[in-house]
Design a binder for this molecule. Sequence first.
Ligand SMILES: NC(=O)c1ccc[n+]([C@@H]2O[C@H](COP(=O)([O-])OP(=O)(O)OC[C@H]3O[C@@H](n4cnc5c(N)ncnc54)[C@H](OP(=O)(O)O)[C@@H]3O)[C@@H](O)[C@H]2O)c1
Length: 252
Amino acid sequence: MKIAVITGASSGLGRELAVSAAGNFPGIDVFWLIARNEGRLQETAKLIEPEKAEIIPLDLSKVSSLGLLEEKLKNEKPEIGLLINDAGVCFMDNLGEGSLSEQLQMVDLNVRALMALTHLCIPYIANGGKIINISSIAGFCAIPRMSVYSSAKAFVNTLSRALTEELRPRKISVTCVCPSPMDTPILVTGNLKGRSKKFDSLPTCDPRKVADGAIRACLRGRAMFTPRLFNKLVRTLAKLLPAALMVKLMKV
Ligand SMILES: NC(=O)c1ccc[n+]([C@@H]2O[C@H](COP(=O)([O-])OP(=O)(O)OC[C@H]3O[C@@H](n4cnc5c(N)ncnc54)[C@H](OP(=O)(O)O)[C@@H]3O)[C@@H](O)[C@H]2O)c1
């Protein structure tokens, strides 16, 4: 039995990725849908074949949740065809101001949980399997007022690149997905709207199109998927311009 493990599957991009994977990714028997909100995970399950979905309500920022997943993997020894690390939070504040708890959530979920789940899953990923890591254009360069979020996403980019090489002998591909802002619940939970004219005026991505593009990119074994021309431009500029200039251009 081959499974897909999808975090952040209860809303936004993660839900769209689950739906797109169910429709377009071949050979998956069961989808492990992970997030905290059980009711919203059930709604995602209804959008794919409910009998193909296993709901796993967990707070991934807690070390105990990672322990539970480790036990589940050891007991069931599934063959993982697809791992999607989507769960993430985003808050906007200068470090040293506002809430430490929000800054810690970004490290605990966007960095530690993503790394730990990937570590736990790799032994069970089938040769030729796929990993999708959800990053952001924020991962291309340092962003003042989003210093922790941009650092967390840069971690995802670097980890994905290194893993691509580590897992090449097993023909497991790692696709890092870097969209610009999307109209999803993260904008509300992170209180991100109306805080920065520049952030509010960035070209947005449609989560459904990002999800379909991400699944296509991973099936082709691409290392990075950056939707929209504007985001590709940001990615290119981040490679060409001095970091000191880029950081000023990207300040939100
Ligand atoms: N929307 C954007 O502007 C944007 C742009 C670029 C990149 N991204 C990235 O896209 C990914 C998905 O975000 P989204 O835009 O789809 O926002 P979203 O709708 O808020 O999705 C976030 C997902 O993460 C889950 N989650 C949050 N905290 C969790 C925790 N402690 N444990 C387990 N799951 C948790 C949420 O489910 P529960 O609340 O049920 O736990 C939800 O399923 C994130 O990695 C984000 O950084 C978003």
